[in-house]
Design a protein around this ligand. Structure first.
Ligand code: SAH
Ligand code: SF4
Ligand code: F3S
Length: 481
C-alpha cells in the first residue's frame, strides 16, 4: 500500500464526545487513519471524512450528536462524496436506527470494531465517491444517501494499534487501556451494553506498551478501565491484579507518574492499598465513585456496597496512605431518591471531604433496569440537588486549594492556560495549577511551583527555579486534608 501525497491525501476530522476511554479510542482511530495516509483537516468544514466518536451515558450526550448529525445531513446534500461516520457507544447502542433512519450516515462503527477502522473508512469513501460521480447534489433530504457500512461486534478493539505520537494531546502523557467493558449490574448504566463484557489485557502487553510510550517521551501514564481495580479477574490463572500491574509498570525507569481511573468501591483491596502506599510514582488521588450517600439508593442502584463499607475501605486507605485524595461521581434524582436520601449524600460528601466530585442528574437510559422505574424526581428538583451538591463540593475543593497557599508543588506542565501568558499543569494529586511563563520548552517538564492563590477549581502559583525547590521548601505531598 502506498500512502497518497499530502496534497491528494484524504482529510479527516474526528470529534470525541465521551469519556477518557472514548478519547483514547479516538487517538487509536486517528493513528490508524494516519498510517493509511489520511491527514488531519484544519477544520471540520475542510474534511472529506467527518467522524464523531460518541457517548450514550446520558441523554444530553446523545442529543449533542443527534443535532450534529442533523447539520451534517444538510452539508451532505451539496457534498455527496462526504463521508460521515458515527463511532463508539452510540454506534453500538443505536446501530439499527442509524442504519435504517439516517441514510446520510455512511459508517456506523462500534467500540469493538476499531481494529480495522481505516479499511472501513476506505470502503465507505470509495462507495461515496462512486455515488457522487453518478449523480448531482441532492435536491431533497430524502435523496441524501451514503455508503451505509455497519461494523459492530467484531471483538477487535483498537488496543493493539500502534499510537502515532502526533495525536496524543501531550507528548509526555498517555492513556493506556488495561481492560475493556464492564460486568457490573448498576441499574442506571448503559456502559455494559455499549462496551460489552470485561476483557483485561495481559500484564506483559501492558508493560510492553508502557515501555514503548516511555521510550517515546511519555512520563505520565493513566491506566483506563470502567472498573480499573477489577483488572485481571477475567485472566484466569495469571494472578493478574491492578496491584501487580502497578508494581510491574513502576519498574519502567523513565516513568514518573502512574495514575488509574476509574475504581469501583467493591474492588478496593488491601493489596491495592499497599501498592498505593508503597509506590512513589503512583498518583496521589483515587477516583472512587460513590454515586450516592444513601444506602437505600445504593441498594436500588445495585451498587453492591453500603456507605459503611465504603467508609471502612477509605479508612484503611487513609491509614496506610494518608496523602491520597479522593474523587467521586454522584447521581442525583435517581428514581425514588427522597429529600432524606439526598441529605444523606450531602452529609456523606462533607464527611469524606472529597477533593473533587462530578455530579450528574439522573438520565434514564432505554434498555436499562432503572428505565423501567418511574423517573419521579422532577427536573427542577434534580437541578436543585445538582446545584446544592456542586456547591458543597466547590467549598471542599476551595478549602483544599486554600490549604496549599504558600506550599511548593510539583507540576507536570501541560501547556497554555486559558489566561494569556500563563501555562498550566497538574500535580500528583491531579490539581490544576496555573503559573506565569511563556517558555514553551517547559511543556512536558516537571517544575516546582509555589502556590500563591486558591481559586474554586484550581490554584495559581509562581514557578521556582529547580535548585530553589531543592533547598528545603519542597513539600513532597500536598496535604491530604
Ligand atoms: N465506570 C465508572 C464510570 C462510568 S460512567 C464507574 O463505575 O464509576 C461515568 C459516570 O456517569 C458514572 O460514575 C455515573 O455517575 C454517571 N452515570 C452513569 N449512568 C448515568 C445515568 N443514567 N444518568 C446519570 N449519570 C449517569
Ligand atoms: Fe456503569 Fe456501574 Fe460499570 Fe461503572 S461499574 S460502567 S457505573 S455499570
Ligand atoms: Fe460514554 Fe461509552 Fe464512555 S457511553 S462514558 S463513551 S464508555
Amino acid at each position: 500500500m502506498t500512502a497518497p501525497t499530502v496534497e491528494t491525501a484524504p482529510k479527516y476530522h474526528l470529534t470525541s464526545y465521551g469519556c477518557q476511554m472514548n478519547k483514547l479510542d479516538s487517538e487509536l482511530v486517528e493513528s490508524k487513519l494516519r498510517q493509511r495516509g489520511y491527514v488531519a483537516a484544519a477544520c471540520e468544514a475542510d474534511a472529506d471524512v467527518v467522524l464523531i466518536n460518541t457517548c450514550s451515558v446520558r441523554q444530553h450526550a446523545e442529543d449533542r450528536v443527534w443535532s450534529k448529525l442533523g447539520k451534517l445531513r444538510v452539508r451532505k446534500r451539496s457534498e455527496p462524496g462526504l463521508v460521515v461516520g458515527v463511532l463508539g457507544c452510540m454506534a453500538q447502542e443505536h446501530k439499527r436506527y442509524l442504519v435504517a433512519r439516517m441514510p446520510h450516515v455512511d459508517l456506523v462503527v462500534g467500540p469493538s470494531a476499531f481494529g480495522d477502522i481505516d479499511q472501513t473508512v476506505e470502503i465507505a469513501r470509495s462507495k461515496n465517491l462512486q455515488i457522487a460521480a453518478e449523480r448531482e447534489p441532492a435536491r431533497t433530504r430524502h435523496e441524501v444517501r451514503g455508503a451505509g457500512v455497519l461494523s459492530v461486534d467484531q471483538g477487535m478493539s483498537g488496543d493493539t494499534i500502534v499510537r502515532d505520537v502526533r495525536v496524543r494531546p501531550h507528548r509526555s502523557q498517555a492513556f493506556v487501556s488495561v481492560m475493556r467493558g464492564c460486568n457490573m449490574p448498576c441499574t442506571y448504566c448503559i456502559v455494559p451494553t455499549t462496551r460489552g463484557d470485561e476483557v483485561s489485557r495481559p500484564i506483559a502487553d501492558l508493560v510492553e506498551e508502557t515501555q514503548r510510550l516511555c521510550a517515546d517521551g511519555v512520563t505520565e501514564i493513566t491506566l483506563l478501565g470502567q472498573t480499573v481495580n477489577a483488572y485481571g479477574r477475567d485472566l484466569t490463572g495469571q494472578n493478574a491484579t491492578l496491584a501487580r500491574l502497578l508494581r510491574a509498570l513502576h519498574e519502567v525507569p523513565s516513568l514518573r507518574r502512574l495514575a488509574f481511573i476509574t475504581s469501583h468501591p467493591n474492588f478496593l483491596s488491601p493489596d491495592l492499598i499497599d501498592a498505593m502506599a508503597e509506590l512513589p510514582k503512583v498518583a496521589r488521588y483515587l477516583h472512587l465513585p460513590a454515586q450516592s450517600g444513601s444506602n437505600a439508593v445504593l441498594k436500588a442502584m445495585r451498587r453492591g456496597y453500603t456507605i459503611e463499607r465504603y467508609e471502612a475501605r477509605i479508612e484503611q486507605l487513609r491509614n496506610k496512605a494518608p496523602d491520597i485524595e479522593l474523587h467521586s461521581d454522584f447521581i442525583v434524582g435517581y428514581p425514588g431518591e427522597s429529600e432524606a436520601d439526598f441529605a444523606a449524600t450531602v452529609a456523606f460528601v462533607q464527611r469524606i471531604g472529597f477533593a473533587q466530585s462530578y455530579v450528574f442528574k439522573y438520565s434514564p437510559r432505554p434498555g436499562t433496569l432503572a428505565a423501567e422505574l418511574h423517573d419521579d424526581v422532577a427536573e427542577p428538583e434534580k437541578e436543585r440537588r445538582n446545584a446544592v451538591l456542586l456547591e458543597v463540593q466547590e467549598e471542599l475543593t476551595g478549602a483544599k486549594n486554600r490549604a496549599l497557599v504558600g506550599k511548593v508543588v510539583e507540576v507536570l506542565v501541560e501547556g497554555d492556560s486559558k489566561v494569556d501568558g500563563r501555562f498550566s499543569g497538574r500535580t500528583a494529586h491531579h490539581r490544576l495549577v496555573h503559573f506565569a511563563t511563556t517558555d514553551r520548552e517547559l511543556i512536558g517538564q516537571y517544575v516546582p511551583v509555589r502556590v500563591t492563590q486558591a481559586l474554586a477549581h484550581s490554584c495559581v502559583g509562581e514557578m521556582l527555579r529547580h535548585d530553589a525547590a531543592q533547598e528545603g521548601a519542597h513539600d513532597p505531598a500536598e496535604a491530604a486534608t
